[in-house]
Design a protein around this ligand. Structure first.
Ligand code: ZN
Length: 125
């Protein structure tokens, strides 16, 4: 297990991705509540998560291209249409770039989805 050299960038990347997931969920809940008129929903309860989602998604998208795996020089949170490395596969439900994001967010070791190298996203010292 190696320290990830650009650990601040991958942590920012992971925080932004989780932020986009949470705001997307809040947006879906807000739309659902207002569509079925379960409760009276203020416009800001739907608009704010919608804008937050775009902010976090754009931040995640930008940050994900700013750091590279030192071994394979590819982006661990950019999957594209390539298959995930065998050792980076998980049987815990989440797989691929989402697994990397979730592991980094929880401050756990993660594996590069392209080469399978294991890292920790924190300072080596
Ligand atoms: Zn790699």
């Amino acid at each position: 297990m190696h320290p990830y050299p650009q650990f601040r960038l991958i942590r920012l990347d992971a925080m932004a991705a989780v932020g986009s997931w949470v705001s997307l969920l809040a947006f879906i809940i807000g739309v659902g509540l207002s569509a079925f008129s379960i409760v009276e929903v203020e416009v800001s309860f739907v608009l704010f998560p919608f804008l937050a989602f775009f902010f976090f998604a754009l931040l995640h998208f930008s940050a994900s291209f700013l750091h590279r795996c030192p071994k394979c020089a590819r982006h661990p949170t950019v999957q594209g249409f390539t298959s995930v490395h065998d050792s980076a596969k998980s049987d815990r439900g989440l797989e691929g770039w989402g697994r990397v994001v979730w592991d980094v967010f929880r401050n756990r070791p993660f594996r590069c989805i392209h080469c399978g190298e294991e890292y920790v996203a924190r300072n080596a010292a």
